[in-house]
Design a protein around this ligand. Structure first.
Ligand code: ATP
Length: 236
């Protein structure tokens, strides 16, 4: 495993409000790193900044290159993709056209191949290839947003709350897909409020509180950390 994404001393502010302060993290190829924490901890702000959607201070090193000053499109072209919490699909376009939009960094032939790869990974999307994205279920929308991000062939995929609003069976499918992506060598940075599922899936975990990381370690060990379990997993 190689470290692909390395973040140093990251900070994000909204005016006088510091949403993220002094955060450092790493994501290696073929591994899942998760950031867990309560509402408002700063997880979405951090991921959005790493995706180039918000200004930030600090440094972002991707595959040995400093990409701190790159915009979103250049980050995607470099191999760093983000699926936002809102999933941002084009509701009046078909499933297939939404996927095609994710391939703007690639040739037409590569896009066609990419679509078949995504359909291989998400057979449900293939069944619904001509359906309008706005009519998909929540789980299908998450799959489409993830599939669209995969169209750019990222080596690091950042997912913001992929289980948000989904039924337990669908959540299980989503986490299964995350494990498959990891097994295919992709580095995944996963922001989740579903701490239990995130820790079960991840290799490494960071716990965020009030804009800072207050704890980090092997996800499997964190499952047995009494304070963490009581605070985030709702078991006493
Ligand atoms: P959630 O899971 O609820 O999305 P989060 O951990 O992702 O929470 P953020 O959404 O990053 O947290 O919010 C971190 C802090 O930044 C919060 O105090 C929030 O109120 C503040 N914040 C977020 N977006 C803005 C904004 N556009 N303007 C001002 N403050 C903001």
């Amino acid at each position: 495993m190689t470290v692909l994404l390395s973040v140093e001393d990251a900070a994000v502010s909204y005016g006088a409000v510091e949403a993220v302060r002094g955060v450092a993290l790493q994501v290696a190829s073929g591994s899942v790193a998760t950031i867990i924490g309560a509402n408002g901890a700063g997880k979405t702000s951090l991921l959005s900044a790493l995706g180039g959607l918000l200004p930030m201070r600090g440094r972002v090193i991707y595959d040995g290159h400093d990409i701190t000053r790159l915009g979103t499109a250049d980050r995607v072209a470099a191999g760093l993709a983000l699926v936002t919490e809102s999933r941002d699909l084009f509701g009046t376009m078909t499933v297939e056209d939404n996927l095609r939009l994710g391939a703007y960094t690639r040739t037409r032939a590569e896009a066609a191949q990419g679509i078949e790869e995504v359909f291989g990974r998400f057979p449900k999307l293939k069944e619904r290839r001509t359906q309008l994205a706005g009519t998909l279920s929540g789980g299908e929308r998450q799959m489409l947003a993830t599939g669209r991000a995969l169209m750019s062939r990222p080596s690091v995929l950042m997912l913001d709350e992929p289980s948000l609003g989904l039924a337990p069976l669908i959540v299980r499918d989503i986490f299964h897909i995350i494990t498959e992506l990891r097994n295919d060598g992709i580095g995944v940075l996963l922001v989740e409020q579903n701490a239990r599922a995130a820790l079960q899936t991840a290799d490494h975990a960071y716990v965020m509180e009030l804009g800072r990381f207050v704890m980090q370690g092997a996800a499997a060990e964190m499952m047995h950390d009494q304070r963490l379990v009581e605070t985030y997993l709702g078991i006493s």
